[in-house]
Write a protein that binds this ligand. Structure first.
Ligand code: OOB
Length: 559
């Protein structure tokens, strides 16, 4: 396996292959299989553009040939940061045809995160869209290149003339694949049991960790999710959540859709009306959403203007969907089944199934997609708790990693000696055999499905010269579920407002979703019995303060 990655022990490799979970197939070959079976079917749709499977096969090969010509080589690592556009799919499969390994960055990631990923991996290239939501990615790429000399290739989707940048537009119109020998790609075939891509962890300590996923494990992840959710060639997946996220990418996501011969429709906007339009235009059947996005759709006055009856499955994940939201979904769209996806980029995906009873769908977050997934619910000493009691979820299986990339120290705490991943999620086994998420142990804020490491934000706040100490916690929010609140102790004689803090942190060039949305200046932090900052108390304090403010403003309105 790639240097810096933890392989599965030999006995597990043998078992996963023998029992058919892992197949000798690359992601590029997965696409080729479907292109042979359904050449004329739409593989990807984006606005008015439609790309058939035979075109996707051809275009991704064409791009792969160009990339090799440019000097990218099998085993090279590249940053991939694209919005939900059709080129995402072309680039993704082109890379896998020649074993170039993408780090799946999210569009909000900025200079600090990208520089860190590029340095850690020695990335050779960066795929981007020149501009998205008003941000100039090309300018950022140039800055990052100055700091990370390995980053030789900046490749933008579309057309353009910027110096030092290559564009996929002209490449995709030159049929270079016809000028190479037929076995050209076969000669660059990656090892299916080696790393295909890196996902990013939600991050509990510092900056996000890199999660190496192999062709074999990732294909199994997607196929297995597609199978239990009964996906078939009629599936039209609408990708609204960033395509680089494990949920719309492989749970079952885009790769699952390709595996079954379905179609992928891209929606780069999270504006409810644009989403409704996209559902209607593409006749979407399968919609992965975060609870926050689902709430904004259900609350939107535009809902009634569109015909959404193509929807069959509304798959909600990234954050807990409460029973009331399940009920609202049913009431609004009685032709679609809501379901939970309780997954993680590290591997394990739990799903409710379309055939589950209404009560199970209301009350639980699903069960492992794969029968080969081993799960345990344990107490603080690592002992399994009796069924029905709350404990931490541990997991091990054919699509759950055995270690983060180049993170030996962290791996010692995140994995048990026998290879179980400690998810940091507190769960309870429901009598149905499904899991119920009850909370979490990890020090993270889950902002509408976007994960924020408290430690990462605290370290940035601590670098402010007026700050003596900082503790970042989640505060409740009716739509996003959680937002970030920063508790800060100031140095003597200093003052700080939220605006000043946000301006200071924005200057650190980090993803905007990490910026605190509330600042509480305090004299001291509450402590636990062992003298650590009690985040539990801080969370309770801000929650009750918000409640009091809400009551106050409700009272003021009533008067
Ligand atoms: C998905 O993946 P990540 O890596 O962004 O986040 C994983 C964490 C989980 O450990 C859990 O804390 C939380 O997000 N989470 C949920 C949840 N889905 C994820 N908590 C409660 N209920 C849920 N349904 O978020 C992800 C990956 C694949 C499929 C779906 C979600």
């Amino acid at each position: 396996m790639l240097d810096g990655c933890t392989p599965w022990p030999e006995e597990f490799v043998r078992r996963y292959v023998r029992e058919g979970y892992w197949q000798n197939k690359t992601l590029g070959e997965l696409l080729e299989d479907t292109a042979r079976a359904f050449p004329d079917k739409t593989a990807v749709a984006d606005g008015a553009r439609k790309v058939s499977y035979s075109d996707l096969s051809r275009l991704s090969t064409r791009l792969a040939v160009h990339l090799l010509k440019q000097g990218l080589q099998p085993g090279d690592i590249v940053l991939l940061q694209l919005p939900n556009v059709w080129e995402f799919v072309v680039v993704f499969f082109a890379l896998h045809k020649i074993g170039v390994i993408p780090v799946l960055c999210l569009p909000p990631h900025r200079h600090t995160e990208l520089t860190y990923f590029a340095r850690l991996t020695g990335a050779a290239g960066y795929f981007l869209a020149p501009e998205f939501r008003g941000f100039d990615y090309l300018a950022m790429a140039k800055e990052i290149q100055q700091e990370v000399p390995s980053l030789q290739h900046v490749i933008a989707v579309g057309e353009g003339t910027e110096k030092g940048v290559s564009y996929t537009g002209p490449w995709l119109t030159e049929p270079d694949e016809t000028a190479v020998p037929p076995d050209f790609l076969a000669r660059h075939r990656p090892d299916p049991f080696d790393v295909a891509l890196f996902l990013l962890s939600g991050g509990t300590t510092g900056i996000p960790k890199l999660i190496p996923r192999t062709h074999a494990d990732y294909i199994y992840n997607a196929r297995q999710c597609a199978e239990v959710l009964r996906c078939d060639p009629e599936m039209v997946l609408l990708v609204v959540i960033p395509a680089a996220h494990n949920f719309p990418l492989a749970s079952p996501g885009m790769i699952g859709a390709v595996a079954v011969g379905g179609s992928v429709a891209m929606c780069p906007s999270t504006d409810p009306e644009k989403i409704f339009q996209a559902i209607q235009t593409h006749q979407a059947t399968f919609l992965p959403l975060s609870p926050a996005l689902l709430i904004t759709l259900l609350n939107s006055p535009h809902r009634e203007k569109y015909d959404l009856r193509s929807l069959r499955f509304v798959c909600v994940g990234g954050q807990k969907m409460l029973p009331e939201l399940v009920d609202r979904t049913w009431a609004a769209w009685d032709y679609a089944t809501p379901g939970h996806a309780f997954g993680m980029a590290e591997g394990l995906v739990n799903l409710t199934r379309p055939g589950d009873t209404k009560e199970v769908i209301r009350q639980t977050q699903g069960r492992p997609a794969s029968p080969a997934e081993e799960i345990k619910v344990v107490d603080e000493e690592g002992r399994e708790v009796p069924p029905g009691e709350v404990g931490e979820l541990l997991t091990r299986g054919p699509y759950t990693i055995r270690g983060y990339y180049k993170a030996e120290e962290h791996n010692r705490v995140a994995f048990t000696p026998d290879g179980f991943y400690a998810t940091g999620d507190m769960v309870r086994m429901h009598p149905s055999g499904n899991l119920v998420v009850e909370g979490r142990r990890k020090d993270m804020i889950n902002r509408g499905g976007e994960k924020i490491s408290a430690e990462e934000v605290e370290n940035l706040i601590l670098s402010h010269e007026g700050v003596l100490n900082a503790a970042v916690v989640a505060m409740p929010d009716p739509i996003l579920g959680e937002r970030t609140c920063a508790f800060v102790i100031l140095r003597l004689g200093r003052t700080l407002t939220l605006e000043e803090l946000v301006r200071f942190l924005a200057g650190k060039r980090i993803a905007k979703f990490k910026l605190p949305e509330r600042l509480e200046i305090v004299e001291a932090f509450p402590l636990t019995s062992v003298g650590k900052v009690s985040k539990k108390d801080l969370r309770a304090r801000i929650a009750s303060k918000l409640k009091a403010e809400e009551n106050l403003s409700a009272g003021a309105k009533a008067n």
